[in-house]
Design a protein around this ligand. Structure first.
Ligand code: MN
Length: 208
């Protein structure tokens, strides 16, 4: 995994997006090697799309999904593979200023962990163009696959929901309008509204 392309496209004095940390830092010491993160960002750039990112080998493998991920197993969602992003990008939400690559608002639409499905390593699954995984997100869950198509320049994939208990025919990501990080809508993020107040803590009965 290389973050060279990611860094080349961006000016970190002008965008709030995270700069890649050193390779040593990015490659986190795997105390819990089975816990891998994923995130989905709703990105209102020149074209509205969702960015689907899975942690592989210390970076986030990334696909731009124009119509977004869905729990509907009858849908095939086009997913264009884009440059790897740093792990820190998984908590990014905000506004990329005009004139910068990807200018526009970014919502942290979903996040969680994932597991690989099958015996092959993540690298092997990416090379063969058939990546099978199980998501544990706040909005999307269950088994999915990313399958590389024969069209395009090798960067064209399809994101598919498998039929399982989490599958929901007709499910639409556009019905899920708020950030999992801040509770804000895309418009509120674009306008720089502060994050919603956290919920009131439960009263402490021991002190009552
Ligand atoms: Mn994007």
């Amino acid at each position: 995994m290389s973050l060279k392309k990611y860094a080349e496209k961006r000016h970190f004095k002008q965008t709030p997006e995270p700069a890649p940390s050193t390779p040593e830092k990015a490659r986190r010491t795997p105390t819990k090697p089975s816990v891998l993160q994923f995130c989905v960002q709703r990105h209102h750039a020149s074209h509205l799309h969702y960015d689907f990112r899975l942690e592989v080998d210390g970076a986030l493998k990334s696909w731009a999904v124009p119509k977004g991920p869905t729990l509907d197993p009858g849908e095939k969602r086009l997913a264009m593979m884009v440059e790897d992003h740093p792990i820190e990008y998984g908590s990014f939400e905000g506004v990329i200023p005009k004139g910068n690559y990807g200018a526009g608002s970014v919502m942290l639409w979903d996040r969680g962990t994932y597991e690989l499905v099958g015996e092959a390593s993540a690298e092997e699954q990416l090379v063969r163009g058939d990546f099978k995984f199980r998501l544990h997100g706040e909005k999307i869950r269950g088994d999915f696959a990313l399958v590389r198509t024969k069209r395009g320049k090798g960067n064209e994939w399809l994101l598919l929901k498998k039929k399982d208990a989490a599958a929901q025919p007709g499910w639409d990501p556009e019905d899920q309008a708020r950030s999992v990080a801040s509770g804000r809508t895309q418009e509120e993020i674009a306008q720089g509204f502060p994050a919603a107040d956290p919920p009131e803590p439960e009263p402490n009965r021991a002190l009552a």
